[in-house]
Ligand binder design. Structure first.
Ligand SMILES: NC(=O)c1ccc[n+]([C@@H]2O[C@H](COP(=O)([O-])OP(=O)(O)OC[C@H]3O[C@@H](n4cnc5c(N)ncnc54)[C@H](O)[C@@H]3O)[C@@H](O)[C@H]2O)c1
Length: 438
């Protein structure tokens, strides 16, 4: 059966990457792009640059790189800018973030120094632990949104860029639940004019991006784009949106391991996870209100993967605890501990211990690159609103309102690759092996 590929515009010219939050992840992403473009390092961890995709039957031997299969922009095409509430340039911010070693920092200094943040839309009400001075002023939240739209237009004009994407790499905001002001675009716009307290800074960025036709990805667990008003605006303007919360570190491990336990029908009595980290993100998450937003994002993963309702004899009432502890000596090098109490045949108990000495921003930066590349592709393919096929990159994937999120990394990967096959008019792969039954 031959399928019809989607009409996808070619990626011509430069692609603008707009990053609210030039902190540890933002600057590590920029440094990595510069090092890839100048041939210093290979793009390790990036699906768009390193991943492959099987096409057709296994005997066909067609396994191109993803970047050779779908029409993507290249790292050379990227022009990067962003906002922060601290005036530090990219080099100073990267140095403070403490992710990169001295040699990499000094080699990339001339390129990093060129990145000068635009003034942020920021209100300390939403991130209690931060207090910066490089902040926009405006009477209403609508004024601030307009200033962001002006920034986007100026960035495009100055850099000769037609297409942009926006990736939120800024701090985690306080926990906000959906309110009436989030339900319709009209209510939201009134809320912007009336400075509604339930419109957090991140939502003002989302609004500005979508109004300007710029796809938006949310790397933090904030509600941000995950509200009906923004879904409507995204659909109305033909813009894709994705989120939330980059899937790195401990949650990445959880969504690799939990599907394995379920595949072999091993039971779970408890999963205790604790993290120690000492970067600015750790400091922000030391505030209980920001931690609550993160905790919600981290906790739901196991429930969805293990399906206690379907497997009560294995997963009913397992105990799940997640902790984040701010510990400055560790800097950006997070340490994640997991103690997992499982049981097997005749209920005999067993334990798994994980001690993941990871580097948070090193795990997150390739996700940023993939979001840039695939969001731009989705936009050129005419996809709009929430794109669930990005869920393998997120801890708390956004879905249509009536669907539960899929957290199993392997199902997510299959969905992702099948979406690419569908876009290009290739058969989806079900692993059924029907050719043997013909
Ligand atoms: N590192 C990871 O593995 C990981 C994983 C999942 C999610 N995240 C989330 O990604 C985000 C970034 O992480 P990070 O380690 O780079 O943190 P970071 O603290 O180093 O950087 C965040 C930056 O955002 C800036 N900022 C805060 N509010 C802003 C606003 N309204 N406008 C513009 N800038 C603003 C801060 O000044 C800071 O420079 C955090 O929300 C974090 O929770 C990180």
């Amino acid at each position: 059966m031959s399928l019809k590929p989607l009409k996808i515009e070619e990626p011509k010219g430069k692609l603008g990457v707009l990053i609210p939050g030039l902190g540890a992840i933002g600057t590590t992403f920029i440094a990595g792009i510069e090092s890839i473009v100048s041939g210093l390092h290979a793009p390790v961890g990036s699906l768009s640059q390193t991943g492959t995709i099987r096409l057709g039957k296994r005997t066909d031997n067609r396994v191109p790189k993803i970047k050779d299969f779908v029409p993507l922009a290249t790292p050379e095409d990227l022009v990067i800018g962003g906002w922060d509430l601290f005036e530090d340039n990219g080099y100073e911010a990267a140095k403070k973030a403490g992710v990169l070693n001295h040699q990499d920092l000094e080699t990339l200094k001339p390129r990093l120094e060129k990145i000068k943040p635009m003034k942020a839309v920021f209100d300390q009400h939403y991130v209690k632990k931060l207090n910066g001075t490089w902040v926009k002023e405006g009477k209403t939240k609508m004024d601030l949104a307009q200033q962001l739209m002006d920034d986007i237009q100026n960035f495009k004009d100055e850099n000769g860029v037609d297409r942009c994407v926006m990736i939120w790499c800024a701090s985690t905001e306080i926990f906000i639940t959906p309110q009436p002001v989030h339900q319709t675009l009209e209510a939201f716009e009134n809320g912007l004019r009336n400075n509604d307290i339930n419109i957090a800074s991140s939502m003002i960025y989302v609004y500005a991006a979508l109004k300007m036709g710029v796809p938006f990805a949310n790397g933090a667990p904030n509600l941000s784009a995950d509200i009906p008003a923004m879904e409507d605006l995204a659909k109305q303007n033909g813009v894709p949106i994705v989120g939330k919360d980059f899937k790195t570190g401990q949650t990445l491990m959880k969504t690799i391991l939990a599907p394995g336990l379920k595949a072999r029908l091993l039971g779970l009595r408890g999963w205790f996870s604790t993290n120690i980290l000492g970067n600015r993100d750790g400091e922000v998450l030391d505030d209980p209100e920001s931690f609550k937003t993160k905790e919600e994002s981290k906790l739901s993963v196991l429930e969805y993967i293990l399906q206690p309702d379907v497997y009560p004899e294995l997963y009913k009432d397992f105990y799940h605890k997640v902790r984040i502890n701010y510990y400055p000596p560790h800097g950006d090098n997070k340490e994640g501990w997991d103690n997992i109490d499982i049981f097997g045949w005749m209920n005999y108990p067993m334990q798994i211990k994980i001690n993941f000495l990871c580097r948070d921003s090193i795990l997150a930066a390739p996700i940023v690159l993939d979001l840039v590349m695939f969001l731009d592709l989705a936009k050129r393919a005419g996809m709009s609103g929430t794109q669930e096929w990005f869920s393998l990159l997120f801890k708390s994937p956004m879905t249509a309102p009536d669907l539960y999120p899929e957290h199993d990394l392997f199902i997510q990967l299959m969905k992702f690759k099948n979406t690419l096959r569908y876009m290009m008019g290739e058969e989806c792969i079900t692993h059924l092996g029907l050719e043997y039954y013909d």
